[in-house]
Design a protein around this ligand. Sequence first.
Ligand SMILES: C[C@@]1(CC(=O)O)c2cc3[nH]c(cc4nc(cc5[nH]c(cc(n2)[C@H]1CCC(=O)O)[C@@](C)(CC(=O)O)[C@@H]5CCC(=O)O)C(CC(=O)O)=C4CCC(=O)O)c(CCC(=O)O)c3CC(=O)O
Ligand SMILES: NC(=O)C1=CN([C@@H]2O[C@H](COP(=O)(O)OP(=O)(O)OC[C@H]3O[C@@H](n4cnc5c(N)ncnc54)[C@H](O)[C@@H]3O)[C@@H](O)[C@H]2O)C=CC1
Length: 243
Amino acid sequence: MKYPYPIMVNLAGRKCLVVGGGPIAERKVISLLEAGAHVTLISTEFTEGIAELANNSEVVLHRQTFHPSMMAVDELMPYTLVVAATNSAEVNAQVYEFATAQGKLVNVVDQPELSSYIQPSVVRRGKLVIAVSTGGASPSAARKIARELDNKYGEEYAIYLDFLSEVRHLVQSKIADKQARQRMFKEMLDWDVLDKIRDGSFDHWKDKLCLAIERGPWPTGPAGQVETDRPSWSAITDFGQRV
Ligand SMILES: C[C@@]1(CC(=O)O)c2cc3[nH]c(cc4nc(cc5[nH]c(cc(n2)[C@H]1CCC(=O)O)[C@@](C)(CC(=O)O)[C@@H]5CCC(=O)O)C(CC(=O)O)=C4CCC(=O)O)c(CCC(=O)O)c3CC(=O)O
Ligand SMILES: NC(=O)C1=CN([C@@H]2O[C@H](COP(=O)(O)OP(=O)(O)OC[C@H]3O[C@@H](n4cnc5c(N)ncnc54)[C@H](O)[C@@H]3O)[C@@H](O)[C@H]2O)C=CC1
């Protein structure tokens, strides 16, 4: 792999295929389900965990030996991602070959060099996603670094990101000037919001701040654009810092 291309993929409602039914397949299935994907599995055996997911209609199982003919164009077309997770390097390579021929991205759990994508170690705090990858050099190192970040970024970041998102939408609805908005979004990061969340004063402060932004007044120039160099935004940023 050259430099891998890191992206956040929206798998909600998309179909994904996992070949294999052991503990590693189960781990992959769980993260696909967390992303809202619809998962189908092909395997000769399944873990208890996977069987339970199938009992609850959360995944579809095909209990059979994998054969490339299963990947005839029409069969495979609906899948956005394919995971080759059997304990046979040969079978996994076949899955890779046939799925790749149909333009699919394939995660091969035992051959990083073959994979068209690999899975990072992940820390989530609401909308904040921290993904750590070593490109397959050392999955345990990726996991260790992710755990360090897990300790550093507490639960307050979930509330913080919701707050930034809400104020951002509010400002977007008030200010047409893109450059001015972007300057505001940067300034917002200097407010000590995380401390307020930690010390319990956040809710009250946020209500007052949102009301101030909502009310304005936002001075407008001749073209009807908000003049953000004028005192109004300064008043709000001061307010954000002081209150
Ligand atoms: C290439 C990649 C392909 C892929 O799966 O996408 C891959 C491949 C392999 N993993 C192996 C082993 C282990 N993998 C883990 C754990 C995780 N592995 C994950 C990802 C990846 N593993 C991708 C690269 C990620 C990167 O480096 O950026 C994580 C991050 C995500 C996830 O899978 O959900 C998840 C941590 C989740 C968490 O945060 O908790 C542990 C530790 C543990 O289980 O505790 C071990 C044992 C210790 C060790 O070997 O380090 C082996 C050797 C098998 C053997 O030799 O027997 C191979 C195959 C090979 O290297 O050839
Ligand atoms: N990517 C990762 O994070 C890690 C990957 N691995 C690798 O993942 C592989 C799988 O690990 P486990 O789930 O623990 O293995 P496992 O041996 O528990 O399960 C293998 C599964 O593949 C199925 N299978 C085997 N041949 C098949 C075929 N021809 N058609 C259909 N299904 C078939 C079996 O029924 C079984 O469900 C191992 O080879 C290991 O090298 C291991 C640790 C971590």
